[in-house]
Ligand binder design. Structure first.
Ligand code: FAD
Length: 435
């Protein structure tokens, strides 16, 4: 039953929906006007825009995106690890095919501000008047948590030890760092607070270790983690580190990142010593590093004056995706905050379908019951060149949202499924088939 609901609000179902190509252009002039403004064309924004037009081809839907092309984070670790014949082109796509196929309008511009009283979005190109706003602008890095007010250090850290959670230069830099690696330590530092895609850094560690193993590079991947065990699929990742990379991956639990010195190439950590029952300061030498700061919702959430939790995640009227501050504003995808919904592309897709269904009902003055229409999630992590693990999240609402998780075995079947999942999702949101 739950499984069927999940399929209903997911990419897989999207593939079955016949798409319409009726265009509803925003009115011309200095200021564009639209019924629904979708901010951000990542997995969440593209999914909600597609589904809105699919459910009502005559609805005015305008997507606003700052990037010139789409680049995927899912499968970027696979590309970094140089496996499964995944190329850079397999991560990068144009927006035009989706715009043509699904029939929404697209403004390639950076959103600067949102005036909720006037319902106007200011961009660096044109202003946009809206009736309903869907914010799907992803995450922001919170370097303040690592370096307080030292902005220069934050800039240096982003450039020299990119977190690789935002697609683009960060991923290209990581690829260069891995390809040119001659030996020594490659450090991945994970924050204690929440961040985009919890399994991503552990999967990346496996992919880098796999690269070292395949290319016979005398390197170690050191993971610094404040937790007792990995933040996602813990048993599977610990098993993979031990079984596949015993001499390459060093997993340091109970370890908090404290500082980095790029001149001496040293990272300072505070590690919990079980014998002395106290923290001790340690230094780790590195050749390359990827230091991940804590994340928050996109800065547009605060700019628009929408309420957030202390950690900076948007506050929603649970179990809906409407902001607690404004009934006309929806927040989906990674920006959505403290739900028990993981920050994943599959979840962004699933929630996009849900919000589209709710909004179409709302425009017809019909009610929509979130409690019986919950999203679903499946998340794959590659562990070797042909083995992967997946986790599925199934949700139910009683007095609040409850989750049941199912973790797969580590096997080649799951690796094949990951491949199918990725290209299926790309086809769903971008209308581009793998050739
Ligand atoms: C390494 C890695 C591996 C991952 N692997 C998986 C996986 O295997 N499976 C999975 O399900 N998930 C995975 N994820 C998570 C997935 O990438 C995210 O959950 C997903 O991208 C969230 O989609 P989104 O649309 O909410 O945000 P995003 O994809 O971040 O999209 C937000 C969009 O908003 C735009 N934007 C932001 N600000 C503005 C502005 N001011 N003006 C205009 N546009 C703006 C951005 O340019 C961007 O295009 C992975 C993540 C990482 C980092």
């Amino acid at each position: 039953m739950i499984r069927r609901d999940f399929l209903k609000y997911s990419a897989i179902a999207g593939l079955l929906v016949s798409t319409q190509t009726v265009h509803a252009k925003p009115k011309k002039g200095k200021t564009l006007k639209t019924t629904v403004a979708v901010c951000g064309a990542g997995f969440a924004g593209l999914s909600v825009a597609k589904e809105l037009k699919s459910l009502n081809p005559l609805l005015d839907v305008l997507v606003i995106e700052q990037r010139a092309n789409f680049m995927s984070c899912p499968f970027s670790n696979v590309w970094l690890g140089d496996i499964q014949n995944i190329t850079f082109a397999n991560l990068n796509y144009d927006y035009y095919k989706a715009v043509q196929t699904y029939g929404y309008d697209f403004l390639n511009a950076t959103i600067m501000d949102i005036d909720r009283e006037k319902r106007v979005i200011t961009t660096n190109e044109q202003n946009v008047e809206y009736d309903y706003l869907i914010l799907a602008t992803g995450i922001e890095y919170n370097y303040k948590k690592l370096f307080k007010r030292n902005k220069e250090k934050a800039k240096e850290c982003l450039v020299k030890a990119p977190p690789g959670l935002k697609p683009g230069s960060e991923h290209l830099a990581l690829k260069r760092m891995i390809s040119n690696f001659k030996g020594g330590n490659f450090v991945i530092s994970i924050p204690s607070q929440s961040y985009k895609c919890p399994p991503a850094p552990y999967e990346r560690a496996c992919m880098i270790a796999n690269y070292f193993k395949t290319h016979k590079i005398d390197g170690k991947v050191i993971i610094i983690d404040p937790r007792i065990k990995p933040a996602a699929k813990p048993a599977s990742f610990l098993q993979a580190f031990k079984e596949f990379y015993p001499d390459i991956i060093e997993y340091r639990s109970h370890s908090n990142f404290k500082d980095v010195d790029f001149k001496t190439k040293t990272i300072t950590v505070e590690t919990f010593n079980k014998k002395t029952v106290d923290y001790e300061t340690k230094e780790i030498k590195f050749e390359e590093a990827s230091i991940i700061p804590p994340n928050t919702s996109s800065k547009l959430v605060k700019k628009a004056g929408l309420a957030t939790y202390a950690q900076g995640w948007a506050k929603l009227q649970q179990p809906t995706f409407r902001s607690v501050s404004d009934d006309r504003v929806y927040i989906i995808g990674d920006a959505q905050g403290e739900y028990p919904y993981p920050k994943s592309a599959q979840m962004a897709n699933s929630c996009g379908y849900l919000v589209a269904a709710e909004l179409i009902n709302r425009l017809k003055n019909k009610s929509f019951e979130y409690k019986t229409h919950l999203p679903g999630n499946v998340c794959y992590s590659m562990l070797t060149n042909n083995k992967a693990v997946s986790i599925s999240h199934l949700y139910e609402f009683t007095n609040k949202v409850h989750v049941t998780t199912i973790t797969s075995d580590i096997d080649t079947y799951t690796a094949d499924a990951a491949y199918g999942w990725y290209f299926g999702l790309i086809e769903d949101v971008l209308a581009i088939k793998k050739t």
